[in-house]
Every structure is written in structure tokens, then in C-alpha cells.
Design a protein around this ligand. Structure first.
Ligand SMILES: *Cc1c(COP(=O)(O)O)cnc(C)c1O
Length: 410
């Protein structure tokens, strides 16, 4: 196959519109419901609640806002420690910090790349007073919810699910976003479906849903004037954005099917390479396959150094590394992405506790002693990458991506 740069860029994950979105946006315009009230909002709250199986959904400006209100609903207070997935987007952690609480990062397991239940148990032994655990379903792959929930129940802690990346994914037949007390999904532009922006808080607790609604609209009390007893936020979703989401929700399952086909084509295409795909529990879970990722075998890694702001590698025959693959993809006009850099490796969190399954469980990122316990997140960050996973990519284009990656190992 002759490889030429793609004429049209192959994106990691770009919005895929279907035509219905503009109809609902138009409707909002024509009926002049252009603000944070309207039929689109009401309809999508009901659709999302039904899809996930939660009693209530509150439409918000973004998933981060939903996580922030979740922190408040869970009663997180300044100085509290909150357990949190380590390999994730910063948006998972920021809301903990907004409330002046202290995130403690829990290492990752290798079966689904999510929070390790064994490390979580260890974290509770170190900090039994912790009351809130934020669990991510990375790249659309459900975490080990039974094991994680059992640990949380034992210590009386509340789960907040960050299902921003996993809308439509199931664990033992139950939708992600249904397991925690207060959960978040996102309609950000590169998620499985999008409103261009937007998010939702999901809960079975009517009182919590009402509070979130009130807080998200500047916490107005029921009075003839602007009366306030609590801090408020401007977090409500616009009815225009809700129109886009309303047009997208019916295509969620179609998008998942496309993403799954992409994952499976990669899996087949790479079967002779020294790599594996991002893993999932095929018996107990059905991911939404939002992003397809690769993990390079240890003995097929060429030398690679990841500094604070740049990456270096040295080519070696028969070997490659994420930096080489990402740079090569970019040279062909295709977009890949590094794995989320673990939170415990981020300069901003360098003094925070990071609990692994081994060692004394107090591996701080700047004082992490190699060998004091396996750092799974760091390993996945070093050897992994996200592949172009756009659901408008054709099988022919994907075949070319596969060839480009194979050539990196030549
Ligand atoms: C996208 C994302 C969020 C935040 O969602 P926004 O709608 O962009 O605020 C939170 N957590 C994770 C894991 C995400 O990928």
C-alpha cells in the first residue's frame, strides 16, 4: 500500500451531526426559547434519565459543572481528602479542588485501565475517614464497579461516577452513570455524542436534583425578589445547546456501533504487532469504545524519554514508542493523542498522596521511589497512546492508519 498524507485530516474524535440537531435548534430560535428554559432541556433530561436508568437528570453547561455540584451534594468540605482515579482528564479532579478539598490519587489496574480496587482498599486503610470516591470509566470502558463499590460500602463512602467518556457503556447490564450517588456525563465536542458543549448530573435523589437545579441557576430562593441564602452558580444548560443534544441522543447507539467497529478493525489489524488494545472485561461489561488505544509490549519499546514539556525517542529496528507513532501519524495528517498523563505526575499535584497496590502506599509523585510499588498509571502513560477514533473515518482510511503504525515497528 502506498502511503500518502490524508487530504482531509483524520481526527481523534470529532462531532458527528445528523441533521436533526439543527431542527431542534431552529425550533428554539423560532419559539424564542433561547435561554436556559425550554422544551429541549426538558426532553433531554427525560431521555438521559431513561437511558441511564436514573430517576433524575439535570442539564448543565458542562460535565465539569456536574462534577462540581456532585462534590457539593456529596458534602465535600475544605480540607477533606477525596479519593480519585489517577489516569484521567484534569476535569475529574478540578471540582475537588474548587471545594478546597484534597485529591488523593488511586493507582490503575491493568484489566480496564481504571481505579484499582486493591489500591482503593489500601487507601482506606491509610485514610479511613474519607467519605467520597470519584471513579472514572476511562475512554468509555467501565471500571470494576462491583469490587470498587464493595470497598466503598465497607467504609461508608459515597461514589461519584465520572461517566463523561462512557455514556451508553454498561457494566453487568447496568448503564455507567447509574452506580454512584451523583454522577456526571458530558456532551463536550469530542465525546460519543455532543451538544458542542454541555453535561448532566444524574441521581436517584429528588432532593439532590432540586438542589443542583437551584445552585445551577444562581441559587434564587422562592421570593418575589432576588433572595439568596446560598452561593449560586451559572451552570444551567442553554435550550439551544439542548437542541443539539436532543438531535444527537437518538444516534448514541449508532455511534457506539461505529466506535466498536473501529476498535475491532484495529484489534484485527494489529494482531501481528507487539501491542495490545485498551482492555475491557468482555464478560461483565460493554464499553462504548469512545477511543481506541494501544499499549506497546515492554520489549518492543524503543528508548523514549518523556520530560516535563517535551518527548524524545531513538528509533530502533523492530521497535517503536508512543512518541514515534504520534509524530508519524501527525506527519500523515492524522490525530492521535497520548494517554491522559496521570494526575500524580502533574506538577500541580506533586505533593499529593498516590496510593498503589504495593509499597507503603504513600508514593508521592515527586518522591516516588521506583520499586517501592508498581506505578501502573505511569507505565500505561509511557507505553500507551490513543489512536484516531473518529466515527467518520472510512475503513480504507483506517487501513492506512494501521499500515502507518505497522511501519513504525519495521
Ligand atoms: C470530558 C471530560 C470531563 C468534563 O466534561 P466537560 O463537559 O468537558 O466539562 C470530565 N471527565 C472526563 C474523564 C472527561 O473526559
Amino acid at each position: 500500500m502506498e502511503l500518502k498524507p490524508f487530504e482531509n485530516k483524520i481526527w481523534l474524535a470529532s462531532p458527528t451531526m445528523h441533521g436533526d440537531e439543527i431542527r431542534y435548534v431552529q425550533e428554539a430560535y423560532e419559539t424564542n426559547w433561547m435561554s436556559t428554559v425550554g422544551a429541549n432541556i426538558n426532553v433531554i433530561e427525560q431521555m438521559a434519565a431513561e437511558k441511564v436508568g436514573c430517576k433524575y437528570a439535570v442539564a448543565l453547561s458542562c460535565g465539569t459543572a456536574a462534577l462540581h455540584l456532585a462534590m457539593k451534594l456529596a458534602g465535600v468540605k475544605p480540607g477533606d481528602k477525596v479519593f480519585c482515579s489517577d489516569v484521567t482528564f484534569a476535569a475529574t479532579v478540578n471540582p475537588i479542588v474548587y471545594e478546597k478539598a484534597i485529591p488523593v490519587f488511586i493507582d490503575t489496574e491493568r484489566d480496564t485501565w481504571n481505579m484499582d480496587p486493591v489500591a482503593l482498599e489500601k487507601a482506606f486503610q491509610l485514610h479511613p475517614e474519607v467519605k467520597v470516591v470519584v471513579i472514572v470509566h476511562l475512554y468509555g470502558t467501565p471500571a470494576k464497579m462491583d469490587e470498587l463499590k464493595a470497598v466503598c460500602d465497607r467504609y461508608g463512602a459515597v461514589i461519584v461516577e465520572d461517566a463523561a467518556e462512557s455514556f451508553g457503556a454498561t457494566y453487568k447490564g447496568i448503564q455507567t452513570g447509574k452506580f454512584g450517588a451523583y454522577n456526571c456525563i458530558s456532551f463536550n465536542g469530542n465525546k460519543i455524542i455532543t451538544g458542542s458543549s454541555g453535561g448532566m448530573l444524574l441521581t436517584d435523589d429528588l432532593d439532590a436534583a432540586n438542589k443542583a437545579r437551584k445552585w445551577s441557576t444562581q441559587s434564587r430562593e422562592n421570593a418575589p425578589w432576588y433572595q439568596h441564602e446560598e452561593t449560586g452558580y451559572n451552570y444551567r444548560m442553554s435550550n439551544v445547546i439542548a437542541g443539539v443534544v436532543r438531535g444527537q441522543i437518538p444516534y448514541l447507539e449508532a455511534h457506539i456501533a461505529q466506535k466498536r467497529a473501529i476498535y475491532e478493525r484495529y484489534q484485527e489489524g494489529f494482531k501481528d504487532l507487539p501491542v495490545t488494545m485498551n482492555p475491557y472485561d468482555a464478560v461483565n461489561s460493554v464499553p462504548n469504545f469512545w477511543l481506541s488505544c494501544l499499549l506497546i509490549h515492554e520489549d518492543a519499546m524503543c528508548p523514549q524519554v518523556l520530560g516535563e514539556n517535551k518527548a524524545l525517542y531513538r528509533e530502533e529496528k523492530g521497535k517503536s514508542c508512543p512518541t514515534q507513532i504520534l509524530e508519524t501519524l501527525a506527519s500523515y495528517n492524522a490525530e492521535g493523542r497520548p494517554i491522559w498523563k496521570p494526575m500524580h505526575m502533574q506538577p500541580i499535584y506533586r505533593m499529593h498522596d498516590f496510593v498503589t497496590t504495593e509499597g507503603d502506599g504513600r508514593g508521592r509523585s515527586n518522591a516516588y521511589i521506583p520499586g517501592s510499588g508498581e506505578d501502573v498509571g505511569l507505565d500505561i502513560f509511557n507505553r500507551g497512546l490513543c489512536l484516531p477514533s473518529d466515527n467518520k473515518m472510512t475503513p480504507e482510511e483506517q487501513s492506512q492508519i494501521i499500515e502507518i503504525v505497522k511501519n513504525c515497528f519495521a
